[in-house]
Design a protein around this ligand. Sequence first.
Ligand code: UFG
Length: 337
Amino acid sequence: MRVCLTGGAGYIGSHILVGLLEDGHDVLVVDNFANSSPKSLDQVRIITRSSFEVLDQDICNSGVLSEALSSFRPDIVIHCAGLKAVGESQEQPLRYYRTNVEGSISLLEAMDQAGCQRIIFSSSATVYGTPRYLPYDEAHPVAPVNVYGRTKAMIEDIITDWAATDPGRSAALLRYFNPVGAHESGEIGEDPKGIPNNLVPYIADVATGMRTELSIFGNDYDTRDGTGVRDYIHITDLADGHIAAMAFLEGNQGVETFNLGAGEGSSVLEVVKAFSRASNQSISYVIKPRRDGDVSESVANSSKANDVLAWKADRTLEAMCADVWRWRSRYPRGFDG
Ligand code: UFG
């Protein structure tokens, strides 16, 4: 198939790109490298020994995007491009709405111009907001509690309305839980700019000696050891979920939403211990107050994706940590170091 992959140089996009190329698809990557490095694409070429097209553009640039899609003529678009830092989204809401929401509208218009009727969208479990019950299933109310989450929920609605206007259109809205890990080769992985917001990249910085200690945000939650519980999913399993959704959309019309999680929660302390074992490094930490906006627990019910997409996240937390350690041992400073 001909696949347009937005955000293809990013952490999630680059792992999806590997999966697409390994399956023999023709790919056009659209990325403006705002939060990623072109080197990740070089590494993907090395891993897969395959080539693909690249358009270095902001998705908000609708004229250029329309032209590129009309000439590439994708069968499907996988839309990962977007800004994703929760704290930053609260400080710069307009930038988030413009990039994420306007960018998605511009992409759908370009798809219309190019006659492309299928899309897979990178959504997030953050659309659920504070859990009314756990594990979250797809019927859980959508009530995001931050700007980033609201952009994701809005885009889900926009895609749903777009698809409803033509029976030939179809979409899969994939709600990711907590993607961690790296490609098993150790050649690509997560490379956040500046101080990492997320747990595993921060732990990896402590393990490599780049930072002295991890701050654990709260140990007084109502969880088994008091620290926050999340559903960590290996990035390669997450990428495989997109390949499964592509196959599903080939035979189905309309819009379907899927949770992509492992269905199992791990606490912050359990992740620290697992990473310490995988890296054979001690991870110093200090307990700090709870982080604003954090929920105590977030775990997926992914049975819909398991049943309908015939997909399951089965890589373990140990494998996630071992793969991150391999990547960070090879590239302690990420793609640029
Ligand atoms: N944590 C720490 N110390 C840190 C970083 C995180 O203790 O330095 C804790 C958090 O309090 C939380 C857990 O580790 O309990 C996981 O935190 P992350 O920041 O790694 O992940 P979140 O669950 O907060 O958020 C992630 C993505 C969001 C996405 C959300 C979906 O970053 O973009 O999952 O559920 F919206």
